[in-house]
Design a binder for this molecule. Structure first.
Ligand code: DAH
Length: 357
């Protein structure tokens, strides 16, 4: 029994591969294998002999079986290790040196604005930059003969010859997204709509493409008071000053009634702008209660629902917050400017973690 045992354990330990191991299994434990042969001899033994030899043979069988399994597992593990060594692939990229690439102030400020309004329960909606005449004007209560159409310095898209429908426009404001959002979401609704807008205009504070964010909140009893609170809360968070003071000046927009332009208290002492103190006022946005006709255009019943809207220039508040003097530089793609005014890629704004550096 001992010779049998050491022979097979030895052969198992030295088997070169899986096939060799399988041969050892057949030789030892197979139907015609040596252990099975010995089992058959049990019949010729006395009952006492049969009992001791049988039990010993069974133990040997188990022992060889376990050794076979262990060796097989060892071979598989080694094969896997070898494959992992051979097929190893470095998928990491070298780290980027900080301070070379940076986030554009418009992107950063859009993220900041989104974070603040998200915290107040506003979702983000987007619409097309090439917009139909209807969404950009009519749906916002600006019919074709309305003088506001002229004030918008609109870029028109060309129509094919003979096509007499009104041409599409490059949207002149983000207000059309209000109507699209009403259509898709219905009331109640709370959204902001940031994005690019276009007007034929160019000087230190105007570029043909710029950015706005539209805000819209519709409910059963939303009032100007809610608008005022929301905007004050926003300004406090955005400009990171506790004492902000806003001034609501009566104004006129076709899509709101009543309408107000909103100024923020500031000072220009020593040529430096600071928000929240001083004797100057700076206009930052237009706002009002959404006109019943606009609600209707968006498929919302003005007898049940009402709400406020506002529109703010993103570039403008970016200039104010970060002291950037010339709007045109925003879009000149000058890397030196971007390195000076840009933000590191890791500076993700959040209401809890602080909005700016
Ligand atoms: N659409 C206006 C503009 O581009 C801004 C605006 C004013 C938006 C009042 C509004 C609003 O939603 O209520 O000048």
């Amino acid at each position: 029994m001992d010779t049998l045992r050491s022979t097979y354990l030895d052969r198992i330990a030295t088997a070169a591969d899986g096939d060799a191991l399988e041969q050892v299994r057949t030789a030892a434990l197979g139907k015609k294998g040596e252990i099975s042969g010995r089992m058959k001899e049990l019949g010729r033994m006395t009952p006492e002999e049969r009992q001791t030899t049988g039990a010993a043979l069974n133990r040997l069988k188990d022992e060889i079986d376990a050794a076979l399994r262990a060796r097989k597992q060892g071979m598989e593990d080694a094969a896997l290790d070898a494959r992992l060594r051979e097929e190893w692939l470095d998928v990491t990229l070298p780290g980027r040196p900080r301070g070379r690439e940076s986030i554009h102030p418009v992107s950063q400020v859009t993220e900041e604005i989104t974070a603040i309004f998200a915290d107040m329960g506003f979702a983000v909606a987007e619409g097309p930059q090439v917009e139909s005449d209807w969404y950009n004007f009519d749906a916002l209560n600006i019919p074709p003969e309305h003088p506001a159409r002229q004030e918008h310095d609109t870029f028109f898209m060309a129509r094919a010859d003979g096509d007499t429908r009104p041409p599409h426009v490059l949207r002149t404001h983000t207000s059309p997204v209000q109507v699209r959002a009403m259509e898709t979401t219905g009331a109640p609704i709370r959204v902001i709509c940031p994005g690019r807008v276009y007007r034929m205009d160019m000087d230190q504070t105007h570029t043909p493409m710029f950015h706005q964010v539209e805000g819209l909140a519709i409910g059963k009893d939303i009032s100007m008071a809610n608008l005022k609170w929301t905007l004050e809360e926003f300004c406090r968070a955005f400009f990171e000053v506790d004492d902000v003071e806003l001034r609501f000046r009566a104004s006129h927009f076709p899509f709101t009634e009543p309408s107000a332009e909103v100024d923020i208290r500031c000072s220009w002492e020593g040529g430096k702008l600071s928000i929240g103190q001083g004797d100057s006022w700076l206009e930052i946005l237009g706002s009002g209660m959404v006109h019943p006709k606009v609600l209707r255009a968006g498929g919302i019943d003005p007898d049940t629902w009402q709400g406020f809207a506002f529109g703010m220039g993103i570039d403008r508040v970016a200039m104010l917050k970060y002291g950037i003097p010339d709007l045109r530089a925003f879009f000149e793609s000058d890397l030196r400017w971007l390195r000076h005014y840009g933000f590191a890629a890791g500076d993700v704004p959040g209401v809890a973690g602080g909005l700016s550096r």
